[in-house]
Design a protein around this ligand. Structure first.
Ligand code: HEM
Length: 179
């Protein structure tokens, strides 16, 4: 997992819960990196999982809810870092349907070691999209947060329903209807 995902996560934890919480979750985790991350580095996903689990235990907020809020913050990071990639799109449904074949393809050119999910588009109309998320990281709520912000970015809203295909969240169907 890319370092930018860790550095932005710890910044958000500091902002929302204070520096002490950052120290707490780092010391409660067994981290090869010792909790020292640079934006361009690459670290084990298991480190993120431990940080999330410990934050969840200390705050009584579910991992899914933490990932949702984190993704909403991460969207603005992406927008600032990759303005040209975003500005190619004029419509949220088109943008979401293009993650697999365009957006994440470009991301992989920048970071060949990025750990990205797979999105399979099953149905697409002007106002709706059904696609299946597949990733052994089960970060579907991170995806949900990014989708919510994608609609907001285009001054739009949508109702998004998640249906787990696999109980462990490694395969999830997103049913997206523009309002
Ligand atoms: C992960 C880039 C848009 C879904 C990531 C990562 C990067 C990235 C750098 C981390 C990879 C790693 O840690 O190794 C981008 C850029 C985008 C974009 C530059 C737009 C310009 C989106 C959108 C979605 C999305 C709109 C909406 C569903 C995800 C998910 C992950 C991820 C779910 C977590 C990894 C996983 O589940 O396996 N993306 N992304 N991305 N991205 Fe994107």
């Amino acid at each position: 997992m890319k370092g930018i995902v860790f550095t932005e996560f710890l910044d958000l934890v500091e902002h929302k819960f204070g520096l002490e919480m950052v120290d707490t979750i780092i010391s409660q985790s067994e981290l090869e990196s010792e909790g020292i991350y640079t934006a361009v580095g690459t670290y084990k996903f298991s480190e993120m999982l431990q940080l999330l689990k410990n934050l969840s235990t200390n705050t009584n907020i579910s991992i899914d809810d933490l990932l949702l809020v984190y993704a909403e913050h991460f969207f603005s990071v992406l927008k600032e870092s990759y303005p040209d990639l975003m500005s190619m799109y004029k419509d949220p449904i088109d943008m979401l349907a293009s993650i697999e074949n365009h957006i994440h393809v470009e991301v992989r050119k920048i970071y060949p070691d990025a750990e990205l999910p797979t999105f399979v588009v099953e149905e697409k109309t002007n106002n709706s999209l059904i696609m299946v998320y597949k990733s052994n990281r089960a970060m579907h709520h991170f995806g949900l947060g990014l989708m919510n912000k994608t609609f907001e970015h285009f001054n739009s809203t949508a109702s998004i329903v998640l249906e787990k295909i696999k109980e462990d969240g490694t395969e999830v169907k997103f049913i997206i209807n523009k309002n």
